[in-house]
Design a protein around this ligand. Structure first.
Ligand code: MRU
Length: 340
């Protein structure tokens, strides 16, 4: 059965609790926008596209409880702040708001639901298109080894994933020799989620500690790094899970292509430079604990940025649902976003 992060049943949003994977598959039922906001902040659901789709359904529930303009603006304002780097959050909230605020109050709930379902369906289709465009970057008939980071798979989207979608398509074409998954400290999305997803689908996957990446590159086995993104600025600078920049530097050093797969909803043309993307700082206990077990001295100071920025000059190509952008990204990204 296909892996899903979320389900809308017409009344409530169901989210698989990603904090408990892979040990437990628990679904949570969320019946208010406040509950969805908390779930996004607590990483029950994570990954930029899945956050955006969840927020779109949160706006449906917000409209159901108070469809006044003030009520909707209050809900939108609260939801937007929950995770500041993933632009899909603000993008989805704005898209639903723009669609419904122009309507009479009594039509807003139904219209919000239509828009949220469209956002979910478009994301599903975007994943499938990215998978094809991404897989086309590799020689037909070749056998490739791909390194990915964090989880940019089905659990992070409404479809088959962005980076992991490309890997799934390579596997379907008989071209995947191996997927390498970095564990992704501090909260181990690579170990807990990507390794689990890959094994569920029978993809050949090897998990490694993030610190093993230098050793892996030096064996010369990699054909590409493929990662997702939380926000892409107009210059092609990419915010993604902390540790992505490390891999991009290694990829440059070892002449391995660095590909980013993300829907155009992750591209923020309002930000000219990647270095201006706001970076979410998360709590110290993500670093001082593993699985609730303290591993660091009490009271130690902690640096815990959730994301880092990979500058455009380290990125070989950006794979979107509308095609592949190559440097210089200012022009190529803008033209792919226009096609949307
Ligand atoms: O903190 P997370 O788990 O939400 O971070 C997720 C990532 O960094 C993903 O790579 C990104 O959102 C793209 S998901 C298709």
């Amino acid at each position: 059965m296909a892996i899903e992060a979320l389900k809308w049943d017409g009344e409530v949003l169901w989210l698989i609790d990603q904090r408990r994977l892979p040990l437990e598959e628990t679904w949570l039922k969320l019946g208010s926008y406040e509950e969805i906001g908390t779930a996004i902040g607590d990483l029950v659901v994570r990954g930029a596209p899945a956050i955006g789709v969840s927020a779109a359904f949160a706006m449906v529930l917000a409209a159901r409880s108070d469809a006044s303009t003030e009520g909707l603006q209050r809900a939108a304002g609260q939801l937007r702040q929950v995770r500041p780097t993933a632009v899909n959050l603000a993008w989805a909230i704005d898209r639903v708001s723009q669609r419904i605020l122009q309507l009479p109050q009594e039509e807003r709930v139904a219209a919000a639901e239509v828009e949220a379902e469209a956002i979910r369906n478009e994301d599903r289709a975007a994943c499938a298109a990215m998978a094809r465009h991404g897989a086309d970057l590799f020689e037909p008939g070749s056998r490739v080894q791909i390194l990915t980071h964090c989880n940019a798979g089905a659990l992070a989207t409404a479809g088959i994933g962005t980076a992991v979608g490309v890997v799934r398509e390579l596997h379907a074409r008989g071209c995947l020799e191996r997927l390498w998954a970095g564990e992704t400290r501090p909260i181990l999305q690579g170990a807990r989620l990507t390794a689990w997803e890959a094994m569920q689908d029978g993809l050949p996957v090897t998990l490694m500690a993030d610190t093993a990446s230098g050793k892996l590159f030096s064996t010369d086995c990699l054909d590409a790094v493929v990662v997702g993104a939380d926000r892409i600025a107009a210059d092609g600078g990419v915010a993604n899970k902390v540790g992505t920049y490390n891999l991009a530097v290694l990829a440059d050093r070892h002449n391995v292509p660095m590909y980013v797969a993300a829907p155009t909803s992750t591209v923020d043309l309002n930000l000219s430079r990647g270095s201006s993307i706001p970076i979410e700082q998360r709590s110290a206990d993500e670093v001082t604990e593993i699985g609730g077990q303290r591993i660091a001295p009490l009271g130690v100071e902690v640096f815990n940025p959730a994301f880092d920025i990979t500058p455009a000059e380290l990125i070989s190509a950006i794979i979107t649902e509308n095609g592949v952008a190559r440097p210089p990204f200012e022009e190529s990204l803008r033209s792919l976003c226009r096609k949307a």
